[in-house]
Ligand binder design. Structure first.
Ligand SMILES: Nc1ncnc2c1ncn2[C@@H]1O[C@H](COP(=O)(O)OP(=O)(O)OP(=O)(O)O)[C@@H](O)[C@H]1O
Ligand SMILES: [Mg+2]
Length: 285
């Protein structure tokens, strides 16, 4: 592990001490706000820190899969297989990426048909969560990142059922606040009906342009919302993120020294501070 890296060892309360990953679903409901970019960049940033990362593509568009260097049309096995075949473990569909410490459960466009095939199954939104628990489950990972489609349908709800944290990228545009209300509604529904452990990790302002008053005012407004955590890190508008998506590599590898790569590294640090519980105080006895 590089100097400064912090290997996470989290433990469930209870008798059996098993390490648990921090699992984060990236959700916005809106398209093109930076969900996939954020998953890819965070995978790169955490991987660099020596964390063992699993990126899971839960979007039929399969952009996380291509963003991490794979062609979604040429894969033998994908997330579809663990959703439809209860005999398969996550390991059976996990790929090692080019970057050390980063693994991927890829998607392919066939994922869009999976919901229809499960139309009558009770508890179908728990199918992904259950699939990820088979075999050794997520035990080998420190960080799990789930990318979701731009809607609140089956795949997004499945990701919310499987994750412990919700991260919301918010594009600093006029409709961001409206989108946020819908995200929160879906979050509360998922918590009540499927996953009481789910918590909001924070809101990430994206496509920020600090030269415009509009972007600044939106940012200030966002930080005034009580009880919602907004990360200190913001992601500015930059053509580098478009280039890196085309190149199929995390920004931390594609433009190592860029400001935006640094921003995502800072975000990764903020996430660790929020998601890793402080150690218990020393016993008095
Ligand atoms: N901060 C940014 N500045 C400029 N371009 C960006 C930024 N973040 C993302 N992009 C680009 O905007 C496009 C949409 O980003 P991305 O795919 O991450 O959004 P998304 O929320 O995952 O979209 P979808 O909902 O369709 O899955 C991509 O081409 C990406 O490269
Ligand atoms: Mg996406």
């Amino acid at each position: 592990m590089p100097p400064g890296g912090r290997r996470l060892l989290l433990f469930h309360a209870g008798s059996e001490r098993s390490p648990v990953a921090i699992s984060i679903a990236c959700v916005s409901g809106k398209g093109g706000v930076g969900k996939t970019t954020t998953c890819t960049a965070l995978a790169g940033a955490f991987g660099e820190m020596g964390q063992r990362v699993l990126a899971i593509d839960v979007d039929p568009q399969s952009n996380l899969t291509s963003g991490l260097g794979f062609n979604p049309y040429q894969l033998e096995r994908t997330i579809v297989d663990i959703l439809v075949d209860p005999g398969l473990t996550p390991e059976a569909v996990t790929l090692a990426t080019e970057w050390e410490g980063i693994s991927l459960i890829p998607a392919c466009p066939d994922l869009s048909a999976v919901e229809g095939e499960m139309a009558t199954t009770v508890g179908r939104e728990l199918r992904l969560r259950d699939a990820l628990r088979r075999g050794s489950g997520l035990r080998g990972y420190d960080i799990v990142l789930l990318d979701t489609p731009p809607n609140f349908g089956f795949h997004t709800v499945s990701a919310l059922a499987a994750a412990s944290w919700l991260l919301v990228p918010l594009q600093m545009s006029g409709y961001a606040m409206k989108g946020l209300k819908e995200v929160l509604r879906t979050y509360h529904a998922a918590r009540e009906q499927l996953n009481p452990e789910l918590r909001i990790l924070g809101l990430l302002p994206t496509f920020v342009n600090l030269r415009t008053r509009f972007s600044q005012q939106m940012l200030e407004g966002l930080r005034e919302i009580p009880s919602l955590h907004v990360f200190d890190t913001v992601i500015k508008v930059t053509v580098k993120l478009q280039e890196t998506a085309m190149a199929g590599a995390p920004i931390t590898a594609y433009a190592r020294g860029s400001d935006v790569a640094q921003a995502y590294r800072a975000l990764a640090q903020e996430i660790l501070v929020r998601a890793v519980p402080p150690p218990p105080p020393p016993s008095q006895t």
